[in-house]
Design a protein around this ligand. Sequence first.
Ligand code: GLA
Length: 593
Amino acid sequence: MISLTCTVLASAVTFFSCEKCPDRIKVSEDGRKAFVNTCRIDAAEKSAMRLRAERLLERAKPIRHANPMTPLMGWSSWNTFAEHISEEIIVGVAKSMSTNGLKEAGYVYVNIDDGFFNGHGPDGKLRFNPVRFPNGMKGTVDGIHALGMKAGTYSDAGENTCASYGGDKSGIGAGLYGHDAEDCRLHFNELGFDFFKVDYCGAAHLHLDEKKRYSEIAAAIKATGRKDVRLNICRWAFPGTWAADIAGSWRTTRDIRASWTSIRDIIAENLYLSAYVSPGHFNDLDMLEVGQYKGALKSAFGGSGDTGLTRDEEITHFGMWCIMSSPLVLGCDVRNIPPTTRALVTNPYLIRMNQDSLSRQAYVAVRDGGAYQLVKDAEKSFGTARYVALYNANDTEYTFEVKSRDFDLDGEIAVFDLVRRADIGVFTNMTKVTVRPHAARFFLLDAQRRIDRKVYEAETAYLTDYSELDESSYGSTDSCEVQCRAYYAEVNGASGGVAAVNLGGRDSNDLIWRNVYLSTDGRRKLVFDCASEKARTMYLSIDGGAPVKLKVADTAGKFVPLRHEVELSAGVHEVRLFNPWSKIPAIDRMTID
Ligand code: GLA
């Protein structure tokens, strides 16, 4: 007898009634079930709410693992173990990740940081640390790969690694300098590593040129024939726009610590670097310190700099790394990750925001002192869905006035709280949200309509010559390279408090807004708010077209509007300000009427 079984899948969306529950829709932790609260909706809205719940479930679907176009996700040994690592620790961590939900959520890179080597031998070969890795590295790398994960390795662009300057002798002579080709063959052909973090302590001591040195290393990786190795430049400052030509990510700040001031300062240093992110190329805000709670710290340093994080600070830390599209590299001992931290870092919505297919870093749309509103598109450029962060860096509570116009959205806006996985309702025009000190809220806004952006702040523009390497750090000492470069500066009277200054004097020392979007054809008034201590000339070029000369009077250092009318078609435009021969005014922003 043949028996036919029919499986009826339980619907992923269910309705329930709860008078006391504030949310319209709540999604389960794993993102597989949605619950619609009939007490928060009208009877007539039921089918629309079912559709919305289904769309929200769609957005919680697993991401593609190890996608080279999105930020790298994984774990690194440094924050917890420093150089005190071993095959047992590394493979043990990988095993835990493969069973505790981290691998499943996308954390697939297991990165070995400083300390696994023991200089180079007289034959020029990299030696492994006989105490920490008595069996060499092959077993460790194979052990990681056997779990379906990826393995990351580490070196320095100079002769010595960073830990060697802190007293770990094994890093002396372990750097790449003089060994690029052979070390890359060892790491990527023989051992099979998949990621390479290249530090700069040794190179800094040799005063090497960053662009040249990292380009040589990138070429040596290429020469191995491996096309899938992801390179991280670890130079602790935005190195220059050349980095995107050779690397998947670049560290923009000094080392992170498990403390609020460290997290706050790293965010501050990255808020205005959104223009430099593109698919496959990201600002690296450093390895995560989530899971390091105040009073319960587990790291090899445990120094005075590691005071631990509160729960609010941990959410701010992780959420900001997500919305700013930083690599997500866990640094705590994930074999014993606190359950609350595990739930946070596997939250499917926060991960999706980080791994968004557009690969953008959110930019600051509104700023009031230490209170920031950031925004980026969700999955579709210039669409009706946008991610928003309300970030309160202050030590006191702050009430945000959230205006749909500031996010280029219009009509009724449905608000989904990403951390709580809850649809909390709708607003039109403006709503107020109070955020605790050091806390942040992260939302997905779904609007009825998208409207064209009106304000383009200079701090969201691309400065072709931008770099944070200066004479006080090592490397570039060419004084004009340093002094002639444009940068973002806190300037009194500038909207958002920041302007782009020191532009011009060289063709590439320019400012470009690359994503100026207009939904209709027509005549537009472009208004540039500029400040100058003397009369100046600047050139405007749209989409690479013929430059238009703009004369700026002496504004006595105050920002004043400079108007230029132009016919523009619907679509995406590039607006460039420059002067190859002399300096141009400080630019605060461009508004489009
Ligand atoms: C530098 C890097 C850190 C870590 C250590 C290792 O400080 O910035 O991320 O790799 O070196 O020594």
